[in-house]
Design a protein around this ligand. Structure first.
Ligand code: G6P
Length: 427
């Protein structure tokens, strides 16, 4: 029997990449029904049109549907891929600018901006998960790409949903390392551990040999450029942190950079890029995804999604880095904490592999951020301003009071329209 995949937020400019990957991996996963669900019919028309042309050009014979009807989209689905963005780039712009007014970092997944995004997103993704449990195929999986992935997945798994969180960071790091070693990235086995957007590659093993010490020695300058983390710190850590850790390790520098005249938010840059992409997508002669799409940070996310769905569907038992319940993988965290680690993926789910004990600096930061993530989930579900303030105090990128309280009120004001749990009856 064929597979039905529903993409929630299917009007995203990323969709053509996902579709490309689905076609390229038909030997691993055979999808015969693809549904793009999006409330924005304009986008759906542009993205759906290109999607259809790509699929046909690649000889795909399945059914493609574009719809704004959630019930219809989720009915009988085997996989529900969630890649939505509540409030679009304008809400992201506020995540990236409001914190600056309080001397804090403006970023859409970490720090106060990430909390605002979590508050907008968690209730909606939970609604979609409930609908998936009711209407999708009995053993359907929800694959979450929606940021902040760590918090959204924590909320999903706390509520008992069949969900896996996914990010492209591990895949990007694996590709960079493959590039530096002149090897097929699939040969590099990464010891990638931590929480979503808070991970370190502690080793990179090829044919049984850990090449990380050699890589850190030879390519420290390149890694500094790619992650924004000073070479001196890379040496001390003896591991390759993800790009997102530069927001923690170099916080003052980042805040100052954002306060400099002429600074543009990533939301502004992406909004412009999206307009250009959508214009290109509307061209009836275009039958491949435009090069420009690779300027988005989520490149290769689709590769990760298709690999995950294929392994869950076929029960291959291969190793992939995903976001799941810890279940003992990191001894420093409780079993129900969602972590991002290598997992064995089979038909029953993604099972985290036990990891080495974390050194004190990594263990401390991970525990600190997990405490924040838990409060973020609670605030998003309850709509409690008090819990939101506690979450900000617990976030290492805020951590101070009364700043946390002022920031909470500013973020609530900026997001009022998107927070029905905080402002019931207003929408
Ligand atoms: C990275 C992250 C993703 C994030 C993306 C943003 O790849 O891993 O979680 O969504 O960057 O890219 P953008 O083009 O929207 O800035």
């Amino acid at each position: 029997m064929g597979t039905k995949v529903t993409v929630v937020g299917g009007g995203s400019t990323y969709t053509p990449e996902l579709v490309d990957s689905l076609c390229d991996h038909q030997d691993r996963i055979s999808v015969d029904e693809l549904v793009l669900l999006d409330p924005d019919t304009d986008r759906l028309e542009a993205v759906g049109g290109l999607t259809d042309r790509i699929l046909r050009a690649k000889g795909w014979t399945g059914t493609l549907t574009t719809t704004s009807d959630r019930h219809r989209a989720i009915d009988g689905a085997d996989f529900v891929v969630v890649q939505l963005r509540v409030g679009g780039q304008s809400a992201r712009h506020s995540d990236e600018t409001v914190p600056g007014g309080y001397g804090c970092l403006g970023q859409e997944t970490t720090g106060p901006g990430g909390l605002a995004k979590a508050l907008r997103t968690v209730p909606l993704v939970l609604e979609i998960a409930e609908e998936t449990a009711e209407r999708a195929a009995p053993a359907a999986w929800l694959v979450d790409f929606t940021n902040p992935v760590g918090i959204v997945t924590q909320a999903l798994l706390d509520e008992g949903h069949r969900a896996v969180g996914l990010c492209n960071v591990a895949m990007l790091v694996q590709r960079r390392i493959g590039h530096y070693l002149g090897l097929d990235p699939d040969r590099v086995e990464l010891e990638h551990v931590g929480l979503n957007h808070l991970t370190w590659a502690r080793s990179a093993t090829v044919d049984g040999v850990n090449r990380m010490p050699e890589l850190l020695e030879r390519y420290r300058a390149e890694f500094e450029l790619e992650t924004g983390i000073p070479a001196g710190l890379l040496r001390l850590l003896g591991a390759l942190p993800s790009y997102y850790l530069h927001y923690y390790y170099c916080l003052d520098h980042n805040v100052a950079e954002q306060a400099a005249p002429g600074w543009r938010t990533r939301a502004e840059v992406v909004a412009e890029l999206e307009c250009e992409l959508l214009d290109e997508y509307r061209d009836p002669n275009l039958i491949t995804r435009p090069e420009k799409l690779s300027f988005r940070g989520g490149a290769f996310y689709s590769e990760a999604a298709v690999r995950l769905m294929a392994s869950l569907g076929a029960g291959t038992g291969d190793i992939q880095v995903v976001d799941v319940r810890n279940d003992g993988a990191l001894a420093e965290l409780s079993d129900d904490a969602v972590v991002e680690v290598p997992c064995k993926v089979d038909a029953t789910g993604a099972h985290p592999l036990p990891q080495r004990a974390l050194p004190p600096d990594m263990a401390g930061l991970v525990a600190h951020c997990k405490a924040y993530e838990r409060l973020a989930v609670e605030a998003a579900i309850t709509g409690s301003r008090d819990t939101m303030i506690r979450a900000l105090v617990a976030n290492p990128l805020v951590g101070q009071y009364p700043r946390a309280e002022q920031l909470a009120d500013a973020l609530l004001a900026a997001n009022r329209h998107w927070l029905p749990r905080f402002f019931p009856g207003e929408r």
